[in-house]
Design a protein around this ligand. Structure first.
Ligand code: PXG
Length: 284
């Protein structure tokens, strides 16, 4: 029986319910995190918790728990579910109010922690790479709610995901309001060009991925030069290598974009090395 943390305690998942008046449900008013569990340990938990609190602050939502208590509750939920390798979802929603936008009329922000198994890409994907298309739906405009907030409103990304699925792709590239490369619907993007690892900077209007940052650290350890820089689709078309990073995907090679093969159409050496290093980091 799986246990969910809600209202300050662990309950059976059937008992883990929220109000239909919760503004997380009515308006997507809240923030979330998705975190991996490897060998019973919650991976980079503090970084995820920091991002969650920063996002909540940006949307003026006060998480009704101290960081240390939320960290402890996350570990407790993983342990109660005897999760060895899996996924933890933290959801903070504004709480129940009335049928109107005003968050001041809500009370009881909800803190929910779900520990579950995770569906991964099949091993072939890591050997052969993914095909991508560019979605027409752009990433959140930076002058709307920042893409750095992992908010409960993912509609732009969901629309882009559908565009990808229509084209037979499991991920899709999203551009920003200037037409620059931002990221994929649930993953950050990197290319390798003449030996340099490049990825859009946070200013491009992206989620600052925890996996992205871990991979940048691994690349620096491997003495691969890293540049956080503006990328255009053309840069990806002519790149030597391309890969995505994310909590679920880890490091996944990309071998074509909009029908253009990237490099020789096979996962490249720097991609494979970083994938290997990431696996060592997470699996010891
Ligand atoms: N960009 C976006 C838009 C994301 O939502 C990432 C990049 C990668 O960030 P991390 O911190 O995971 O390296 C994400 C991650 C899931 C799932 O269950 C993952 C994400 C969002 C929704 C679902 O796989 N986001």
């Amino acid at each position: 029986m799986s246990k969910v943390f809600i209202s300050g305690k662990l309950v059976d998942k059937e008992q883990a319910t929220i109000s239909v008046f919760d503004h997380g449900f009515l308006y997507g008013d809240g923030v979330f995190e998705g975190i991996r569990v490897y060998g019973s340990k919650v991976f980079l938990l503090e970084e995820h918790i920091d991002r969650l609190y920063e996002g909540a602050k940006a949307i003026r939502l006060e998480i009704p728990m101290a960081k240390a208590d939320l960290i402890a509750a996350t570990r407790q939920t993983v342990a109660a579910n005897e999760l060895v390798d899996g996924y933890v979802r933290l959801v903070i929603s504004r709480g129940a109010g009335y049928l109107g936008l005003d968050p001041r009329k809500t009370s009881n922000p909800q803190v929910i922690i779900i520990a579950d198994t995770i569906t991964l890409y099949p091993p072939e994907t890591y050997q052969n790479g993914l095909k991508l298309i560019t979605a027409s739906t752009i990433r959140n405009h930076p002058q709307a709610v920042s893409a750095r907030v992992k908010s409960l409103n993912y509609l732009n990304n969901i629309m882009a995901k559908i565009e990808g699925a229509d084209a037979g792709c499991v991920e899709a590239l999203m551009l920003n309001h200037k037409g620059e490369v931002a990221e994929c619907t649930g993953d950050n993007i990197f290319i390798v060009s003449r030996g340099v690892l490049k990825t859009p900077s946070v200013d491009a209007g992206i989620l600052e991925g925890i996996t992205r940052n871990a991979v940048i650290r691994l690349a620096r350890e491997a003495k691969v030069p890293v540049a956080e820089t503006t990328l255009l689709r053309h840069d990806i078309y002519v790149a030597d290598e391309c890969f995505l990073t994310g909590t679920a995907a880890e490091v996944v090679p990309v071998t074509s974009l909009d029908g253009r093969l990237i490099g020789d159409g096979k996962p490249g050496p720097i991609t494979r090395d970083l994938l290997e290093r990431f696996r060592k980091l997470t699996r010891g």
